[in-house]
Structures are given as structure tokens and as C-alpha cells.
Design a binder for this molecule. Structure first.
Ligand code: ACO
Length: 329
């Protein structure tokens, strides 16, 4: 088929990677108790829906997790790394200040020459990255993109703050997005509002050979909660309108996996039964930019989400950033 007939982009393979170390709420409660901090499995499950998360070991970086997820996605798509002409890695926990984790991933994949860049939109990063890759494929500047979300949030958690350290985990998810004669990605909707930057941030920075400011994540949980439910509804409606679809067309909603109560609030506003939501927060915790591609891969490999299904992906996170992508798988 000629390049000009390939006007759309379509996901042709998914993959993911979770570090081997699984930490249950009880494990975490025990570790925090050693520091004189009280928490419990009951509190974490009731307020968040999280039962366990995975933490990378000291030798594993975001690019290592990204590499495994990417290999699985390429295998599922039937593609070789050499066929990839664009790599976008969404991450807030990059291997280094620079170069980008995407270029490190490219080298670990054994390829060189194709475009590679990181995208920083925190927990909305994967939705942003997918929208950018879709746009590049539609304009003809890429044909076979590797779009990855990879995080090692355990590195930036403050384990003396029980209000945040119980929420996050590490992992990576990836998709292969290819030029296609049929959609694929139907529409995307992206937003940001930097006036909310202080409610969820890791404000430290590197300067003069030292870290200046707090390099650990801090969050105003209730403020994030309220904002997240509102913008997720707005973005879901906007992307449906752009695609000329309605909420009745959604086979599956895969929201950012931050908190089961945020997901329940979103489902209620969209009049979607909970059994149309893919939920992995119970086993993964919040893996930021990795959470949506991880959940997508789990859903595809378990056979729940199938080719032809209409899927809405929704992200929300620090910045504040938020957005949605509607696609036919
Ligand atoms: N264990 C036991 N008690 C705790 C814990 C804990 N881990 N954390 C907080 N508490 C206590 C608080 O100290 C407080 O005690 P107090 O009443 O004596 O002061 C009490 O529990 C209630 O605290 P709240 O913050 O009001 O609890 P809330 O019901 O709002 O739940 C939570 C907190 C889970 C953070 C919630 O606000 C939330 O989910 N917010 C959304 C934020 C989120 O999911 N962020 C993820 C990153 S953002 C993103 O990805 C979009």
C-alpha cells in the first residue's frame, strides 16, 4: 500500500514489565512501622483500592523496564526493533537529567538513527505520547512508533510520608503504533494548567553539583482527587465529541490507575458500569506514565480487550495535565 493511503495510526502490539519485587500493603506497613509510622492494609485498600505494588531493585532503571516492555510489544506486533522509526518514552523518573531515556532505550534495543525523545507530562505522559506519535504518523514523519511509559517512582517517594508513599509503584508499558489505512486512533484531547503545579510535584532540581530543594514527591491528595474527577469527565466528553461518538460506544475505559475511588467517580459521571473499566491499581499501585499501557497490556493479554473494541484511555497527573485518547483496537 502506498504511504499516502496510510492516513491513520493503529496499535499493533502491546507489552509490559513489572519488576519482580512485589510489596504488599502489609509489607509496607511493617517497613513504615520500623520508622514509627502507622498505616494498615485496611486503610490503604479502603481509601485507594491498592493491595500491592512492585518496586524495582537498585540496579534497574526506567530504561531497563522500558526495554522489556518494548520487546514484548514488538514481539506482539511482529516487528523487529530495526523497523521502528520513532521512540517516545513518557517518564518523570528518567535514567539521567540527559540524555533522554528514549535514546538510552534505543541503544539497548540495538538500533540507531531513528528519532527518540522523552515526554514529560507525569501521569498523563502516555496519553500525551500516544497523541504525539499519532500526529507524527498522520503527517507522514513516522510509520512505526514505539510509545512507552516507564517509571521508577520508588526512587522519588518520601517513605516518611504515609499519605504518599503507599500510593505508587514501578513498571513499564509499551505499544507499537503503526501507519494504517483505517483508524486506529479516532481522536485525542490534551490539556494542562500550570497554576496547579504545587498540588502534586517533586520540586527539587540539580544545580552546581547538588540537589536544590526537595527531591521527593509531595501531594495535596484531596485537592488532586477533586480536580482529577472533574477533568477526567470533561476530557472524556471532549474526545467523544471530536470522534463523533457517545459514551454508549465505549467498550472499555482504561483510566490512569491512581485510585479506585477516582475511577469509580469517573465511571459514574460517564454512566459506565464498573465492569467496563480495566482496573489494575489493586496490583500495580500508581505507576504514573506506565499505568495506562500496563493496564492495556494486561487487558489485551487476558483476552478481555480484543481487536475491534473501542477503548478510551484517560490520563491525569502533575502539572496539572490531563487528556484522553479514543481508539479502535
Ligand atoms: N495510613 C493511615 N492513615 C493515613 C494514611 C495512611 N497511609 N494516609 C493518610 N492517613 C490519614 C491522614 O493523616 C488523615 O488523618 P487525620 O484525619 O487524623 O488527619 C486521614 O487519614 C484522612 O486523610 P485524607 O488525606 O483526608 O484522606 P483521603 O480520604 O483524602 O485519602 C488519598 C487520601 C488516598 C491520598 C486521597 O486524597 C486520594 O486518593 N487523592 C488522589 C490523589 C492520588 O491518587 N494521587 C495519585 C497521584 S495523582 C495522579 O496520579 C493523578
Amino acid at each position: 500500500m502506498s504511504g499516502s493511503a496510510l492516513r491513520y495510526s493503529r496499535i499493533t502490539g502491546t507489552g509490559s514489565m513489572l519488576p519482580a519485587r512485589r510489596v504488599t500493603n502489609a509489607d509496607l506497613a511493617e517497613q513504615l512501622a520500623d520508622r514509627g509510622i502507622e498505616t494498615s492494609d485496611d486503610w490503604i485498600v479502603e481509601r485507594t483500592g491498592i493491595r500491592a505494588r512492585h518496586f524495582a531493585d537498585a540496579s534497574q532503571s526506567a530504561s531497563d523496564l522500558a526495554l522489556d516492555a518494548s520487546r514484548h510489544a514488538l514481539e506482539a506486533a511482529g516487528r523487529k526493533a530495526a523497523e521502528v522509526d520513532l521512540i517516545i518514552v513518557a517518564t518523570s523518573t528518567p535514567d539521567m537529567v540527559f540524555p533522554s531515556t528514549a535514546t538510552i532505550l534505543q541503544h539497548k534495543l540495538g538500533i540507531a538513527g531513528c528519532a527518540a525523545m522523552d515526554l514529560q507530562a507525569v501521569c498523563s505522559g502516555f496519553v500525551y505520547a500516544l497523541a504525539v506519535a499519532d500526529a507524527m504518523i498522520r503527517t507522514g514523519s513516522a510509520r512505526c512508533a514505539l510509545v512507552v511509559g516507564a517509571e521508577v517512582f520508588s526512587r522519588i517517594l518520601d517513605f516518611s510520608d504515609r499519605t504518599t508513599c503507599v500510593l505508587f509503584g514501578d513498571g513499564a508499558g509499551a505499544v507499537v503504533l503503526e501507519a494504517s489505512a483505517t483508524p486506529g486512533i479516532l481522536a485525542s484531547d490534551l490539556h494542562a494548567d500550570g497554576s496547579h503545579r504545587d498540588i502534586l510535584c517533586t520540586p527539587g532540581t540539580v544545580s552546581g553539583g547538588a540537589v536544590l530543594g526537595n527531591p521527593l514527591l509531595r501531594m495535596d491528595g484531596p485537592a488532586v482527587f477533586k480536580l482529577a474527577v472533574r477533568v477526567l469527565e470533561e476530557s472524556a466528553r471532549a474526545v467523544l465529541a471530536k470522534a463523533g461518538r457517545t459514551d454508549a460506544d465505549i467498550d472499555w475505559l482504561i483510566p490512569h490507575q491512581a485510585n479506585i475511588r477516582i475511577m469509580q467517580g469517573t465511571a459514574k459521571k460517564l454512566r459506565l458500569p464498573m465492569d467496563k473499566l480495566i482496573v489494575t491499581v489493586d496490583e500495580h499501585g500508581n505507576t504514573s506514565a506506565a499505568s495506562i499501557p500496563l493496564a492495556l497490556d494486561v487487558a489485551v493479554r487476558s483476552g478481555r480487550v480484543k481487536a475491534g473494541d473501542t477503548v478510551m484511555l484517560e490520563g491525569v497527573g502533575g502539572g496539572f495535565t490531563w487528556g484522553a485518547v479514543l481508539l479502535d483496537l
